[in-house]
Design a protein around this ligand. Structure first.
Ligand SMILES: *[C@@H]1O[C@H](CO)[C@@H](O)[C@H](O)[C@H]1NC(C)=O
Ligand SMILES: *[C@@H]1O[C@H](CO)[C@@H](O)[C@H](O)[C@H]1NC(C)=O
Ligand SMILES: *[C@@H]1O[C@H](CO)[C@@H](O)[C@H](O)[C@H]1NC(C)=O
Ligand SMILES: *[C@@H]1O[C@H](CO)[C@@H](O)[C@H](O)[C@H]1NC(C)=O
Ligand SMILES: *[C@@H]1O[C@H](CO)[C@@H](O)[C@H](O)[C@H]1NC(C)=O
Ligand SMILES: *[C@@H]1O[C@H](CO)[C@@H](O)[C@H](O)[C@H]1NC(C)=O
Ligand SMILES: *[C@@H]1O[C@H](CO)[C@@H](O)[C@H](O)[C@H]1NC(C)=O
Ligand SMILES: *[C@@H]1O[C@H](CO)[C@@H](O)[C@H](O)[C@H]1NC(C)=O
Ligand SMILES: *[C@@H]1O[C@H](CO)[C@@H](O)[C@H](O)[C@H]1NC(C)=O
Length: 440
């Protein structure tokens, strides 16, 4: 084999070392000889999302281009959560604080843990870089806020609404896998109320069997179906829809999962199907090919399943490390920064945290997930979502949504009929909430 496996091995090895290493110095406010940050992982999936490797790649990527040793090395301490729990996360944060980190990244997929991290980081004035969806309901106002690399809930709603607009606002059905769905997509629901078009909303019950919902949608002759669920649940729904003959040309599906590119629907889609979703990846980023090659290689060492492509959370981890380092370097130009070990039991805060947070909000960086820039609320701004449509052997790009809420669609690939856009229909608003125990 060529040299790459050895490189990967050494990365695995060194990230393992980091986990087990004791905090290095007890000195107060030591000047930054290394930029140390913590990443919290919550990946319990069998084959993994590649976040650990993505962090190692980011670190190596940054450390290998240091100019003449003038810059501090980057270290990433990795912590794993076993479950989405406030208690366990508090415990993890109490282990992180004494290490003297400049920032905490993640977790990707644990809402309760994510809020706890934000809260404790807020108390200690350590910037928290989020890589998962916004909390619902929203966190109480935190004086010391965080920044998030994941699209805001409002942006998700606007992007879906923009696609619906390009379909001339058809009646639609929203299928939700979780109750937070309505809070997450509040803006989308509001737009339906304004447009006075019909939106019916259906919740998947605990059995996760979409059959009854899909049959209702079929009986209602609603052709546009929005699915708000993670990639694996979205797959289940589409698989069932295909069995019910609901992936014909009549139906259009819009998926909100940001892991849409990972969905393998070869056994479900045919030339008639319209299954649309989003991707944040910038596939022409200079590191993109090497990124997926490394993740692919590592996946195939440990997993028999076909590598589906990179999970968004791994790319967001990669970008998060770069964003933090970029902000630290900018801050370091204007003041001497030091870190000091903090603890859960003392009221001490990190005195440079507020400055670093200000620099984080000013970062501009072109990452694997596109242009990174934050608005005053710490949300992504000035970025794009690529709109993809599934076909038999993968997907093709059919448009782009700009975060200034401009949609550019490749009209040829969809049967958009401009003459229908001015339709003035009689409209009803219905909201059907199916309680989970009313189905079986
Ligand atoms: C901050 O700047 C000093 C002087 O240029 C440099 O020695 C140090 O490594 C820098 N620290 C970081 C974290 O980049
Ligand atoms: C998707 O959601 C289901 C139920 O909420 C959960 O069991 C599953 O682990 C999730 N899958 C992924 C890939 O996150
Ligand atoms: C992963 O690597 C295998 C073997 O080189 C290749 O056939 C496959 O296309 C790769 N998958 C992705 C998603 O890049
Ligand atoms: C993707 O990356 C390329 C190369 O860095 C860059 O020129 C381009 O602007 C990026 N595209 C987006 C949408 O961020
Ligand atoms: C948006 O990002 C691009 C780079 O992708 C940059 O050139 C432009 O100045 C940014 N626009 C605003 C309004 O910040
Ligand atoms: C439109 O389709 C062409 C050809 O398939 C593709 O090259 C282009 O990137 C697409 N444009 C958009 C905005 O999706
Ligand atoms: C939104 O951004 C795109 C790309 O930067 C630009 O072409 C378009 O004119 C902008 N639209 C508005 C309404 O500002
Ligand atoms: C668009 O709508 C007009 C009038 O309803 C119809 O005559 C035409 O065939 C439609 N075009 C397509 C491509 O569906
Ligand atoms: C819709 O219908 C109403 C009542 O007939 C009419 O006043 C209104 O101008 C119509 N709007 C459009 C956009 O055709």
């Amino acid at each position: 084999m060529p040299a790459l496996p050895a490189l990967l091995l050494s990365i695995h090895f060194s990230s393992f070392l980091l986990v087990t290493m004791a905090p290095r110095s007890g000195s107060q406010a030591a000047l930054l000889s290394s930029v140390r940050m913590a990443a919290i992982l919550d990946d319990q999936s069998v084959c993994g999302r590649g976040e650990r490797l993505a962090l190692a790649l980011a670190r190596e990527n940054i450390n290998s281009v240091m100019e003449g040793g003038a810059r501090a090395r980057v270290e990433v301490d990795i912590f794993e959560l076993q479950r989405d729990s406030q208690y366990e996360t508090t415990d993890t944060m109490c282990q992180i604080l004494p290490k003297g980190v400049v920032s905490v990244i993640g977790p990707a997929n644990s809402p309760a843990s994510g809020s706890t991290v934000s809260h404790i980081c807020g108390e200690k004035e350590i910037p928290h870089v989020k890589i998962g969806p916004e909390e619902t309901p929203r966190l109480p106002y935190l004086r010391f806020a965080s920044v998030s690399l994941y699209p805001s809930n409002e942006d998700m709603s606007l992007a879906v609404a923009a696609i619906l607009r390009s379909f001339s606002y058809p009646s639609a059905s929203l299928v939700c896998s979780k109750a937070e769905c309505l809070l997450r997509l509040e803006e989308l629901v509001r737009r339906f109320l304004i447009s006075r078009e019909t939106l019916s909303i259906r919740m998947l019950d605990d059995s996760l069997d979409p059959t009854p919902l899909l049959k209702e949608i079929r009986d209602d002759k609603v052709a546009t179906i929005i699915i708000d669920a993670n990639a694996s649940i979205s797959y289940l729904i589409l698989k069932k829809a295909s069995e019910l003959g609901m992936t014909s040309a009549f139906y259009k599906y819009i998926l909100t999962t940001m892991d849409f590119p990972l969905l393998r629907l070869d056994d479900i889609v045919d030339d008639q199907s319209n299954i649309i979703g989003f991707s944040m990846f910038n596939t022409t980023h200079p590191f993109y090919l090497e990124f997926i090659r490394s993740l692919n290689l590592s996946w195939r060492e440990g997993c028999d399943l076909i590598y589906p492509g990179p999970a968004l959370s791994s790319a967001l981890m990669f970008d998060a490390v770069h964003v933090v380092v970029g902000a630290v370097r900018e801050l370091n130009r204007s003041q001497e920064i030091g870190v000091k070990p903090l603890s859960c039991t003392s009221p001490q805060i990190w005195q440079h945290g507020t400055s670093l947070m200000n620099y984080l909000r000013m970062v501009e960086y072109d990452g694997l997930t596109g242009h990174v820039e934050f608005n005053s609320k710490g949300q992504r701004t000035n970025y794009t979502l690529r709109i993809l449509e599934k076909h038999r052997r993968g997907h093709r790009e059919i448009g782009i949504w700009y975060s200034n809420n401009t949609l550019a669609m490749n009209a040829t690939s969809l049967d958009i009929n401009v003459s229908e856009t001015l339709a003035n229909k009689t409209l009803i608003v219905t909201t059907i909430l199916v309680r989970s125990n009313s189905l079986s």
